[in-house]
Unconditional design. Structure first.
Lengths: 140, 404
């Protein structure tokens, strides 16, 4: 699936819920299906800076696609990174670089987009895209 | 007679909603809200006598200078400083501490020792680390117990004739502990060391008497006590302030300037380079008036009642642990729920309109001590109510149910 299609799928899933509590509960559920990072990659180098909770991300190139694994010690944050990993994982680096992330707004998580928020959704997106840039350079 | 409902009417922001819920503001240790009386002082300044001070011959400048200096006198009286020039206006506690730390770089020698308490805010650690790096002085830590109380026996053992400075907060921002600063000051003076007390968290709750304490330096931020941000004060004993070199150079702080040599102004101007936060200083004075009108004894009694009520109610929640259980503490409750990240709780509480702080509270060494990533901190002000405590408790229960 293309990134846009996955994003639409997530938007559709979230649109089933009327209130924020259900959306958060669903996000927490999504966190449980996050492809977990191998313990050996849970190093300080792989921690995303700018998050109040700890978030680790690892990226690996499989053929021409980038595969992300991650984890967090806070479960809401884990849900957020799970949504991003689901969107960006198994995609070509160039597509990740070009993808927009406005769907976050549409699923009712707009408040997490503020650079002021200590959870660092913005930092997470930036870090995933940085991986994509790095691997794209390698592919070139 | 203390009437919380009447007091709440002075704070317009308490009427607003957050995420469709009435705001329950429990982040007062980070910043307190501003009453109408203080806002009026700000509007009055800009409406009627906005001007630069200490310089102009014109009427507005004279009026602004008079009001600004009147605010300095209010602060002097409030903290019972012997002289008004012992009150230095700063941008807040961080500025105050940096001013002193910078000054001591000319007074320390390699091998001199500085003692810091284990429960300091980063702003009362980092400037001294920088000072130690510059001078070769050694920074030593006064340990604390699991309850969050300083170990005074260990403190006494750390003191020696090498000790030049001791710095400690009056009240811990992360734990709420009220430190025994009388004893800390006396013991330090017995070995000839100076003492800086960070009063940022104490000033909203306790009226410190700097002469009775015999403290050498005491620091305060206005925004934690109903004043505006960006203004605060440093109290320093005259003899110490005379010993310290100026911190910043510029206008206002000079006596005479030639390209060969500049002589500095007398206290307090020596430490007040540039145009100060004039309006802020005046509003700081108005905030002190406001709090004194309510009365610090009434405030302390009411906040203590809130603290006891909130502590009891929160402890009824399964798996909830409070960090900082000192015998003497102020209305700050730092807590976690077993198996739940504090950040998650804070996020859910925000959705419920409840403002708390989560994280390390700029006191990472305390979190390392307890081996936790952070806590949820609810800090209460005299305008909070028992009903708001109930809302918090229900919110935490709801969050815990969602997050476990």
């Amino acid at each position: 699936m293309e990134i846009k299609e996955i994003q639409q799928e997530i938007i559709d899933e979230f649109s089933m819920f009327d209130d924020w509590m259900q959306r958060y509960e669903y996000m927490i559920e999504l966190g449980k299906s996050l492809p977990l990072i191998n313990e050996k990659y849970k190093t300080d180098d792989n921690i995303i800076k700018g998050c109040q909770s700890r978030v680790w991300v690892h990226a690996e190139l499989e053929d021409d696609k980038l595969v992300f694994t991650a984890d967090s010690d806070a479960i809401i944050t884990k849900g957020i990174i799970a949504i991003l990993v689901r969107t960006f994982s198994d995609q070509k680096p160039q597509d990740i670089i070009e993808a927009n992330t406005e769907f976050i707004d549409e699923i009712g998580l707009k408040e997490h987009l503020s650079p002021n928020r200590a959870n660092g959704l913005v930092s997470m997106i930036k870090q995933l895209k940085l991986y994509a840039v790095a691997y794209q350079t390698q592919l070139n | 007679m203390f009437d919380v409902q009447k007091i709440r009417k002075d704070f317009p922001i308490l009427n607003r909603e957050v995420n469709g819920k009435p705001l329950v503001y429990l982040d007062n240790a980070a910043t307190s809200h501003t009453p109408k009386q203080v806002m009026d002082a700000i509007v009055d300044y800009y409406s009627n006598y906005n001007a630069n001070i200490h310089r102009g011959v014109h009427t507005l400048s004279q009026e602004a200078t008079d009001k600004y200096e009147a605010a300095r006198h209010k602060i002097q009286n409030h903290f019972n400083a012997a002289k008004s020039h012992e009150i230095i206006f700063t941008s807040g506690t961080t500025h105050s501490i940096n001013l002193v730390a910078n000054g001591f770089s000319t007074l320390l020698e390699k091998g001199d020792e500085l003692l810091v308490s284990a429960m300091e805010h980063h702003s009362n650690i980092v400037p001294w680390q920088m000072l130690a790096e510059r001078t070769g002085a050694i920074l030593k830590v006064i340990p604390m117990s699991i309850k969050g109380e300083l170990e005074m026996d260990a403190y006494v053992r750390l003191l020696s004739d090498k000790t030049k400075l001791v710095f400690c907060n009056h009240i811990s921002n992360a734990l709420g502990t009220i430190n025994p600063i009388d004893e800390i000051i006396q013991k330090a003076h017995a070995v000839g060391a100076a003492v800086l007390i960070d009063g940022a968290q104490a000033a909203p709750h306790i009226k410190a008497d700097v002469q009775k304490l015999d403290v050498d330096f005491y620091t305060v931020s206005a925004h934690k006590m109903c004043g505006p941000t960006g203004v605060g004060m440093l109290y320093g004993k005259e003899e110490w302030l005379n010993k310290l070199p100026p911190y910043q150079g510029g206008g206002e702080m000079i006596a005479e300037v030639t390209f060969e040599k500049t002589t500095y102004a007398d206290l307090p101007h020596k430490f007040e380079a540039g145009t100060p936060n004039i309006c802020g200083g005046i509003a700081f004075g108005a905030a002190l008036d406001y709090m004194n009108d309510i009365g610090f004894e009434a405030i302390a009694a009411y906040e203590h009642e809130l603290l006891e009520y909130a502590t009891q109610k929160l402890l009824e929640i399964k798996g909830l642990k409070i960090y900082g259980t000192a015998k003497n503490k102020t209305s700050v409750i730092s807590f976690n729920i077993e198996g739940v990240h504090p950040y998650d709780i804070g996020t859910i509480l925000d959705k419920l309109g409840i403002a708390v702080r989560t994280g390390h509270h700029c006191a990472q060494p305390i979190m390392d001590f307890y081996k936790i990533p952070g806590t949820v901190r609810a800090s209460f002000c005299f305008y909070n109510t028992k009903n708001e405590v109930d809302v918090l408790v229900e919110g935490v229960k709801k969050a815990a149910a969602m997050l476990k």
